[in-house]
Design a protein around this ligand. Structure first.
Ligand code: IPM
Ligand code: MG
Length: 369
């Protein structure tokens, strides 16, 4: 009997639909040529959902997501919706689905492909061979903490406030994800906090130490303040193996890390919850409204997000490796979208990049046969 898995597509806004469309072709290829059949359906999220049904986070999308085996998301947001109240903005759709599916662990690998070591704004020797994993807590912290809001005081002064809050079980479960990943990699976890100023993250550090001593004494745990971590990421990124941090710090550090790989257009991510919940896979880049609809976006971050889906949701390691190698090959052939373009390379659009990866997949299969 063939195993069949359902993937919910949430193309979203801006370049989202373009990069998801290329990834769908890859999904279809694996469905025809791999051990698992994939079916897909599409739901609304973000600005596209707001335009169609008046909310960035339709109930039906949640229902469909919960029924699926995994979710592939493009991007949400854009200038068109920036003047809406926060509750109606596209970003609410993304935050809503992360929270609704309780996807507390966000895995953001930053890997520098050899062919791109010169596309980064950093020197070749700093980033060549880079392979780090940022584990970002995704359903807590200041993103969701209460109280939050903006109030007007009697004297007319406006006061805005948000709350950074974590409980010990929240720290423990994200810590566990980081240690488990480290155990399969270099065995080193660096926990990033601001324990010198924020009590909440001082508690985070203490809980990480307890967890380490109790369950993972054989692995290495270090701690770093977030300001230093940001600096170390551009000074000597290869010192890190797995970094684990809060929602807000992870948001910032993962954007920095993306530039180590050459472009934000290269960085995939996986958001995982407890066993049995569908994982959500999305490129780290946003909706890039400036190039939306022009066929110029780099589909690689989304395609690599599907590779993460094969690995983490469907336990298809050989297929994930095959796809990651196909991407490597295409880059080695000199094909580049605008964001990673370099002298002497061939500039291609979204579709050409997707097709080149498909072709490479097909020929690697023939070579293996
Ligand atoms: C990300 C994005 C989101 C975040 C936005 C779009 C809400 O920046 O996934 O990193 O802040 O988490
Ligand atoms: Mg971000």
């Amino acid at each position: 009997m063939t195993v069949s898995k359902h993937i919910l597509l949430l193309p979203g806004d801006g370049i989202g639909p373009e990069v998801v469309a290329e990834t769908v072709k890859i999904i279809e290829w694996f469905s025809e040529n791999g051990p698992v059949k994939f079916t897909t359906s599409t739901s609304l999220l973000g600005g596209a959902a707001y335009d169609a049904v008046g909310t960035p986070f339709p109930e039906e999308t949640v229902t469909n997501a919960k029924k699926s085996d995994a979710v592939l998301l493009g991007a949400v947001g854009g200038p068109k919706w920036e003047s809406l109240p926060i509750a109606k903005r596209p970003e609410k759709g993304l935050l809503g689905i992360r929270k609704e599916l309780a996807l507390f662990a966000n895995l953001r690998p930053a890997i520098c492909f050899d062919a791109l070591a010169d596309a980064s704004s950093l020197k070749h020797n700093i980033i060549a061979g880079l392979d780090i994993m940022i584990v970002r807590e995704l359903t807590g912290g200041i993103y969701f903490g209460q109280p939050r809001g903006v109030e007007t005081l009697p004297d007319g002064t406006r006061r805005g406030f948000n709350t950074e809050v974590y409980t010990s079980p929240e720290v423990e479960r994200i810590g566990r994800v980081a240690f488990e990943l480290a155990a399969k990699r270099g065995g080193r976890v660096c926990s990033v906090d601001k324990a010198n100023v924020l009590e909440c993250t001082e508690m985070w550090r203490e809980e990480m130490i307890k967890l380490h001593q109790k369950e993972y004494p054989q692995l290495e745990l270090s701690h770093m303040y977030v300001d230093n971590a940001a600096m170390q990421l551009v000074r000597n990124p290869k010192q890190f193996d797995v970094m684990v941090t809060t929602n807000m710090f992870g948001d910032i550090l993962s954007d920095i890390a993306s530039m180590l790989t050459g472009s934000l257009g290269m960085l995939p991510s996986a958001s995982l919850g407890i066993a049995g919940t569908p994982g959500l896979y999305e490129p780290v880049h946003g909706s890039a409204p400036d190039i939306a609809g022009k066929g110029a976006a780099n589909p690689i971050a989304t395609i690599l997000s599907f590779a993460m889906m094969l690995r983490y949701s469907f336990d298809l390691k050989p297929e994930a490796d095959l796809l990651e190698n196909a991407v490597k090959n295409v880059l080695a052939q000199g094909l580049r979208t605008g964001d990673i373009m370099q002298d002497g390379m061939k500039k291609v659009g979204t579709k050409e990049m997707g097709e080149a990866i498909l072709k490479t997949l097909a020929s690697s299969k023939r070579a293996a046969a």
